[in-house]
Design a protein around this ligand. Structure first.
Ligand SMILES: *Cc1c(COP(=O)(O)O)cnc(C)c1O
Length: 366
């Protein structure tokens, strides 16, 4: 059976974790600082903070900005549910925008019409690892004095031009979940260019504690969103080969492009100048084909697939609370939720595996 996703944890990564376990220093120590510095260097930016997962990092960004009840945050209608949940967690209101069907990213042309006096931030997602039109989003935000929080959960190493996804906005948030390129099981990283906000985040993630003259002072009602030293060590180890990982995934994606021949499958589009991380190879299946039956048929051929992302406003909680008509307002996000299909793409797969998947899915849909 070819799984949809499978992390590539090597002996050297495991050895790093064992070293930490023997050291006795298990939480928020040297390894976390070492990881933060290395990620900052990799992304050519400063102020990187590690946290317990990629939802905690988004939550920390909203709390640090003081976003709460009465405030609105603009997000794409298609994403992983956490993008919307964190806005609810701070008591603010998510404002959904439909996505572009070719890139699966937020349709930038629809953002300005959704801005109201209550809007505080735009939280774009680099969906499936493809950088969205982040430069345009930042200029809209600047014009309307809004914050930009990039949900770059899937986009570590993705670029728009020569600049890394996650380094354009006020905050950039990355996930280290096993479905992402490098992983610590659970884990998150965030970029924050503003040193005062970065300090606030480092206080909030650790029970609100600040060291004043060497003494602990609890200056905020903070969270425990720390990363462990074991997690930091295994991610640091994987970070050393991230370019190799991303190059390999990109080569495997090329094989899909060459080998998928069915006209019933729309392949992902990568606009010029963008570097995709291929966290997900997301296709769109023609309406004439029942996507869920296709998932079952693929499983019978030993291939694990699934839908790629949720249409957020149509999920039970959001449907109940906001009662939005996704069919009318977010047809593209709904289409992706109903007809989207994520194909296996990870380091351990071979070119032969990818060709087999591509041929099988082409045969089943032609
Ligand atoms: C994975 C993911 C998250 C959540 O990350 P966790 O580390 O699992 O909390 C948030 N947003 C998007 C777009 C994701 O893909």
């Amino acid at each position: 059976m070819i799984q949809l996703a499978s992390p590539d944890i090597r002996d050297e990564d495991i050895a790093c974790v064992v070293d930490v376990l023997k050291s006795g220093q298990l939480v928020q120590g040297e390894r976390v600082s070492q990881l933060e510095n290395a990620v900052g260097k990799y992304l050519e930016t400063e102020h990187v903070l590690a946290a317990s997962n990629g939802t905690a990092t988004l939550h920390l960004a909203l709390v640090a900005l003081g976003i709460g009840p009465g405030d609105e945050v603009i997000i794409p209608a298609l994403s992983y549910i956490a993008t919307a949940n964190v806005i609810e967690l701070v008591g603010a209101t998510p404002i959904f925008i439909d996505v572009d069907l070719r890139t699966f990213n937020i349709d930038v042309s629809k953002i300005e019409a959704a801005i109201t006096p209550q809007t505080k931030a735009i939280m774009p997602v680099h969906e499936f690892g493809l950088p969205c039109d982040i430069r345009k989003i930042c200029s809209i935000a600047e014009r309307h004095k809004l914050f930009v929080i990039e949900d770059a959960a899937c986009a570590l190493g993705g670029k728009d031009g020569e600049k890394y996804a996650g380094t354009f906005g006020d905050f950039g948030s990355f996930s280290l979940h096993p479905r992402k390129a490098i992983t610590s099981g659970e884990g998150g990283l965030m970029v924050c260019g503003n040193p005062e906000l970065a300090e606030k985040i480092s206080i909030l993630r650790n029970h609100g504690v600040k060291l004043i003259d060497g003494k602990m002072s609890f200056v905020e009602a903070g969270f425990n969103y720390r990363l462990t030293e074991m997690q930091a060590a295994m991610v640091y180890s994987q970070l050393k080969r991230i370019n190799e990982t991303l190059e390999r995934k990109s080569r495997l994606a090329e094989i899909y492009f060459e080998e998928i021949t069915s006209e019933a499958i729309a392949q992902p589009h990568v606009p010029a100048g963008k570097t995709h991380t291929w966290q997900t190879f997301h296709t769109l299946i023609a309406p004439s084909i029942d996507r869920d039956n296709l998932i079952t048929a693929l499983r019978e051929h030993g291939i694990g697939t699934n839908y790629g992302a949720q249409c957020l406003p149509s999920q039970a909680f959001y449907q109940r609370k906001y009662d939005l008509n996704s069919e009318a307002a977010f047809p593209n996000a709904l289409n992706c939720f109903q007809q989207g299909l994520a194909l296996p793409l990870y380091e351990k797969l071979t070119g032969k595996d990818i060709a087999y998947i591509a041929k099988t899915i082409s045969k089943l849909t032609s």
